[in-house]
Write a protein of this length. Structure first.
Lengths: 707, 562
């Protein structure tokens, strides 16, 4: 009976999912404690201990926990709020401003009041050092160690907490960086050190220097936090395995997270996409769209077999070239404020009322109309059953805010205005989904849609309408999907080397050696993490492009193709991926292809919680019916009384017809007139477009249940 | 039909996402670095009449020729437009902005009725003419610059016209231009599909009514912005140095801006006559310059559609340097934007001091071509990293460092240093912010950059085009001037060659050191009033020298010592 807990620290709440083999997962939430997030972790564990049967003290409970998987926003927040470590940079003479200039971009072209971002390292702490390698890594000028020493003296005098090292062309030869690193380690043993070729030995100077500087910037903070967390967990008697969620959707040990802190920059939301796949599998699917609607932001991503990864992410306008999940974030959430622009057009967000003062209906002093306020007016949120009734919503305040700021200026009724806000918010979110589907070469209509976040399933029918998606799955854990997903994650280690070569002129011994070296490094780390060989995998990826193209396409290469030197198979895989992404390939023209980078991802399978499948309970949902309420139906633009179901009482096989509402303590689901619903074997609420029952592969009848 | 105010927002947002999607399609599929790295293209959506519905303007100087040409093409073909047609256009004497900026237009039909157009215009790597790449400083007529493409159907009713296609590309040097024009066509198709989905959902009647309402709403936004400018007539000048053929030549752009309530008129009638070289604008390149400069002074959230441009009137008589008469050469025309913008900023500064900026650094650009001795491959490199100077400061806001010319405003990116060394045989020696290059002021100009690299091929060819080496970016309200641009070549034999700002230099030997400065923008307000703490930081960071801090900003030794 392995006991596992997924913990996701958010801005307002810290989410917990507790799983025991064979038991239904339990959900807990505690208020976040931003000054030391580990306090909320312990508070939540105390609540969980007390909820055991019989209730336990924390000290009695903690030793029984086998695994804790933890997602943290410590590094994300340090970057977003510019409160990272005082750090310094050693780089090549003549290019020390690359970090600050960011290739000269200004993201808002017509906005002369749009300032550049404050650099991660101030200019006087960026030292340009003599010493030069050419494009093939050959030494042109030896590294000037005296200059390195001078710089170190300045860094010490300035009490710098972290040092980054990134030299030109080091991807082809790390010798200069290693030599400088030795000096820094000797002279500044307490400083946090990031060496570009240890983190990311691949070509593109700006991406590498930015990633390295980010690592140094957030490293000391993450170390401090992990000290606190590990200390507290030890203090309460936790003896199990602690794993940290990383941006690529995998987990790592705290020790690795300390060294490569930048791997955690997207730690918080990274659990979601993997969790999505778990819920679609009973329906014979291996892909899905996962969205997470929070208070301020809406996150969308796609998984096809595994979550989609990108190698050119960005955080707070700084480039980060470590592989991370391709999660698109827009400023749309429950707290998004509705406003009228100068032309009188209704807009929603990106400004948010956040958690404090929050939406007007929270009654905490907010007076501006938000998405949540519209949801209350439209009947989607019951004022008496928000957070299971623990928080009362003020309908009159919501109406007042909408009346004042939207309805009256537009000459609409409050209900019409609220309906408009709801619709514009849904449209914004649908555009966000387009970013990760259509713009990445995927047709959203072919993907099950998974709405997470407490308010996500209120908006999902209209979003699906907009995108013509016929099939949605709302997991029971949808309000804590990321925490749940953390428990589903594998250990993952990414490696990359630059290997510039035409595909038809590969130096095979060199390439194979490079791949073996990366795989061995992955195996070493997995050994340290006590993963037996039978549960390891090393996937190979190439970044290729047609000669003269500027952007590479990253694709999976079968180990067999590398071992056999099968250029044809590799080329075909590239043409196929290029075609999928951009709608054409140059296979017919036989256009030459070149490799830029070679990647290895080492994966160690972790133990997953065994999820109990529910027993078939028949189609009748009558026992779960708890009443009727008037809600707004977008299709007819009118209010109508619809059945309200208690989600906790709905069981495998139960069917509900749209329009209706399903309510749980932490989630509300609006089933629009165009959808019907059924509960599947995992207990998820499955919504399908009326008449499209064939999409549902689990739940319609007992026989259809997968083995 | 009754306007649904909510649906109106949905239309506006969807139009924008369509042109954004077309833009991403271009970025991902094109081969020329001018397109995929520098994003020198615009994507747009127009109604059946050719009115702008929305545009994604990566390089705005191309942007405001698309709608006028769309209307021209519609009249040109009349009732001979059909589903499946694809039309090419670049002709500067039928409203094109620059020969190299070749556009694709695709008419969109619903139930047999022409209801919209998608269009993409991008700067192609070659367009025929005398000089590879199109910049021919010696040209005096259009035929010495480019192949003219008046509206022509390359695809008719869905069938590629092979003969027309081959005629065009038989006159263009590089194969990648064919690929990149296909990418433009692909992006138009992407936009067409999305618009048809939208029309399918809401119907033609709703679309027609709501787009009119959208134009109205946008026009009101623009009018409200113009109404903030006091009524009156305001005049300003900007200067152009050297026409590529007559050393010492100088030309003046004169604008008279008339603001009357909710409308604004830019009258260039007093501007100097056209040159007898390639330093001439076309009506649409000059009008684009005017509009993009104005757009930087108003609410950046105004949607880009027909309503936005309705309150703006632009008068540029034919035969002036901003609107050359047939058959003059005009390839340099896009780069007349900086002095045009200068004239507008100078004119409006007294009446909208909180909206204008001081002068921006003017573009000075170079292009090197040669053969890489290590792999015997030909390379072409546009020196994006070297050309990006600083922007002008404004009230309450320093200029933006290393942003580049005002007509791109930070939309054109540096090459990555390591990719630069992979794709050329050159070795980068320096690319850093240039201290003291920006004009001093209570708010200082954006800093410029210094670029040095060692040329790695023999017999290298270098083309320069630009300005900013005679007149620096101007300061405003007591702010100082920025520095001057230059490009210098230090040959291995000790000889120094300074190319003119529009020049063609051949036979540059390996080992030559290329040295360029793109200087800073102008400052705003009295430098003595600049925040001392900020200045101390800038001195410490070495972007303002101690000497400049004392001399230009009036810092004392004591203040600096703190």
């Amino acid at each position: 009976m392995a006991l596992k807990i997924g913990i996701d620290v958010g801005g307002t709440f810290t989410d917990f999912v507790v799983t025991r083999d064979g038991a239904e997962p339990a959900i807990f939430k505690s208020l976040s404690t931003p000054s030391d997030p580990s306090i909320a972790v312990v508070n939540g564990l105390t609540d969980i201990a007390a909820a055991q049967n019989p209730p336990l003290t924390l000290e009695a409970f903690a030793p029984t926990i086998d695994t804790i998987v933890h997602g943290t926003t410590v590094t994300t927040n340090a970057t977003l709020t510019h409160t990272g470590a005082k750090s310094a940079l050693l780089t090549t003479e003549g290019v020390r401003d690359a970090l600050e200039m960011r290739r000269g971009i200004r993201e808002e072209q017509y906005n002369n009041r749009y300032a550049n971002v404050t650099p991660l390292v101030p200019r006087f702490l960026r030292a340009g050092i003599k010493g030069r390698l050419d494009r093939a890594g050959r030494e042109v000028t030896p590294l000037d160690l005296d200059e390195v020493r001078e710089a170190i003296a300045l860094f010490k005098q300035e009490k710098v907490a972290a040092v980054s090292i990134c030299f030109m062309n080091s991807f082809a030869n790390p010798a200069h960086e290693q030599a400088a690193a030795e000096l820094v380690k000797r002279e500044m043993p307490d400083a946090y050190l990031s060496v570009s070729t240890d983190l990311l030995p691949s070509i593109r100077f700006y991406e590498r220097i930015s990633t390295t500087a980010l690592n140094s910037y957030v490293g000391p903070k993450l170390n401090h936090y992990l000290d606190q967390l590990v200390g507290r967990l030890k203090g309460i008697g936790f003896k199990g395995l602690l794993l940290i969620m990383q941006s690529n959707g995998g987990v790592i040990t705290p020790q690795l997270a300390r060294e490569k802190a930048a791997l955690t920059l997207l730690s918080g939301p990274a659990g979601g996409p993997g969790a999505g796949l778990f819920y679609v599998r009973p329906h014979g699917q291996d892909k899905c769209i996962i969205t997470d609607m929070g208070g301020t932001s809406f996150e969308a991503s796609v998984a096809v077999g595994s979550p989609m990864i990108k190698n050119d992410g960005e955080i707070a306008r700084h480039k980060i070239a470590l592989p991370m999940l391709d999660i698109h974030t827009i400023g749309a959430g429950g707290g998004s404020i509705g406003w009228l622009d100068e032309g009188g057009l209704l807009r929603m967000g990106p400004q948010s009322a956040g958690a404090d003062p929050g939406p007007a209906c929270y009654g905490k002093g907010g007076t501006l109309p938000t998405t949540t306020d519209a949801n209350v007016v439209l009947g989607y949120l019951a004022p008496d059953y928000f957070a299971g009734g623990r928080m009362k919503l003020d309908l009159a305040a919501a109406r007042r805010a909408i009346e004042t700021h939207i309805a009256r200026p537009m000459g609409l009724t409050v209900e019409e205005a609220a309906a408009g806000m709801y619709r514009v918010a849904c449209n914004n979110m649908a555009q966000g989904v387009r970013e990760v589907t259509i713009k990445r070469g995927f047709d959203p209509r072919e993907f099950p849609y998974i709405p997470a976040g407490g308010a996500g399933p209120i908006h999902s029918c209209l979003i699906c309408e907009e995108l013509e998606i016929p099939f949605q799955i709302v997991p029971r854990e949808s309000s804590v999907l990321c925490a749940f997903g953390m428990l589903m994650s594998e250990l993952k280690h990414d490696f990359v080397r630059t290997f510039v070569s035409r595909l038809d002129a590969i130096d095979w011994p060199r390439l194979t050696a490079m791949i073996d070296e990366m795989s061995a490094e992955g195996a070493r780390q997995l050994t340290e993490e006590r993963i037996p060989e039978s549960r390891r995998r090393h996937d190979i990826k190439f970044d290729c492009r047609y000669i003269k193209q500027y952007h590479e396409v990253s694709f999976l290469v079968p180990r067999k193709a590398v071992a056999g030197g099968d250029i044809g198979a590799i080329a075909r895989a590239f043409h196929d991926e290029h075609n999928r992404l951009y709608g054409y390939s140059l296979e017919q023209e036989n256009a030459p292809i070149e490799i830029i980078n070679v990647r290895v991802q080492s994966i160690g399978q972790t133990d997953k919680p065994a999820y109990r499948e529910e027993a078939w309970s028949g189609t009748d949902a009558a026992t779960a019916l708890k009443g009727r309420r008037s809600v707004y139906l977008p299709e007819t633009k009118a209010f109508r009384e619809v059945p309200i179901y208690d989600g906790h009482k709905l069981r495998f096989g139960n069917r509900v017809e749209g329009p209706s509402m399903i309510e749980e303590e932490t989630t509300a689901v609006f089933v629009s007139s165009n959808f019907d619903g059924v509960i599947d074997s995992l207990g998820s609420f499955v919504l399908y477009r009326k008449g499209r029952e064939e999409l549902v592969k689990s739940g319609l009848c007992k026989e259809a249940t997968p083995a | 039909m009754k306007i649904d105010p909510i649906l109106l927002s949905v239309y506006a947002r969807t139009f924008k996402s369509i042109t954004d999607e077309m833009s991403i399609s271009m970025e991902q599929t094109t081969r020329s670095p001018i397109l995929c790295e520098a994003k020198d293209y615009v994507t747009g959506l127009y109604d059946g009449e050719g009115n702008m519905l929305e545009q994604t303007e990566n390089l705005p100087i191309l942007a405001f020729s698309l709608a006028p040409v769309c209307k021209y093409i519609k009249d040109y073909f009349g009732d001979d437009l059909h589903p499946g047609d694809v039309i090419f256009h670049n002709d500067v004497f039928s409203l094109g902005n620059q020969n190299n900026d070749v556009a694709v237009y695709k008419p969109i039909f619903l139930g047999g009725k022409l209801v919209a157009w998608t269009a993409v215009k991008g700067h192609q790597a070659d367009i025929g003419g005398n000089v590879r790449g199109g910049y021919n400083p010696n040209a005096v007529e259009v035929w010495q610059e480019a192949l003219r493409i008046p509206p022509v159907k390359v695809v008719e009713k869905g069938k590629l016209r092979k003969d027309v296609w081959n005629l065009i590309f038989a006159n263009i040097r590089l194969d990648i231009v064919q690929h990149d024009m296909k990418a433009e066509m692909g992006a138009c198709t992407v936009g067409e599909r999305r618009l048809l989905e939208l029309l399918d959902k809401y119907g033609l009647e709703s679309y027609e009514a709501h787009k009119q309402a959208l134009f109205e709403a946008t026009r009101k936004m623009m009018e409200a912005e113009i109404a903030k400018i006091p009524n009156g007539r305001y005049s300003g000048e900007g200067y152009v140095y050297y026409d590529g053929r007559h050393v010492g030549s100088k030309f003046t752009i004169r604008v008279d801006i008339e603001v009357k309530d909710k409308s604004i008129k830019f009258d260039y009638s007093r501007t100097d006559a056209q040159t007898n070289g390639f330093v001439n604008g076309t009506f649409t390149s000059s009008a684009s310059a005017t509009i993009l400069t104005l757009l930087q002074m108003v609410n950046p959230d105004i949607p880009h559609n027909e309503g936005m441009v309705q309150p703006i009137e632009i008068v540029i008589p034919e035969g002036t340097i901003l609107n050359a008469a047939y058959p003059k050469a005009t390839t340099f025309g896009n780069h007349l934007c900086p002095p045009n913008a200068d004239a507008i900023q100078r004119a409006l500064a007294p009446v909208m001091p909180d909206r204008v900026t001081a002068g921006w650094n003017n573009l000075l650009c170079s292009l090197t071509t040669g053969t890489d001795p290590e792999n015997n491959e030909q390379y072409v490199d546009i020196g994006f990293m070297g050309l990006k100077g600083g922007s002008g400061a404004m009230q309450g806001m320093d200029g933006y460092d290393h942003i580049g010319m005002i007509d791109a405003s930070g939309g054109v990116l540096d090459q990555d240093y390591e990719m630069f060394e992979q794709q050329t045989p050159h070795t980068l020696v320096k690319h850093e912010l240039l201290p003291d290059s920006a004009g001093a002021g209570e708010w200082r100009g954006g800093l410029g950059v210094e670029t040095i690299f060692e040329i790695g091929s023999d017999d290298t060819q270098l083309v320069t085009f630009g300005d900013g080496d005679f007149e620096p970016a101007f300061g405003l309200f007591g702010g100082g001037e920025g520095g001057l641009n230059f490009i210098r070549l230090n040959y291995p034999d000790g000889q120094t060659v300074v190319p003119k700002n529009k020049d063609l230099i051949t036979g540059v030997p390996k080992g030559t050191v290329y040295h360029q400065v793109a200087s800073g923008g102008g400052g705003y307000g009295n430098p003595k009033k600049r925040d001392r703490k900020l200045l101390c930081e800038e001195v410490r960071n070495g972007v303002v020298s101690k000497e400049a801090a004392m001399h230009d900003y009036g810092m004392t030794e004591a203040e600096l010592a703190q």
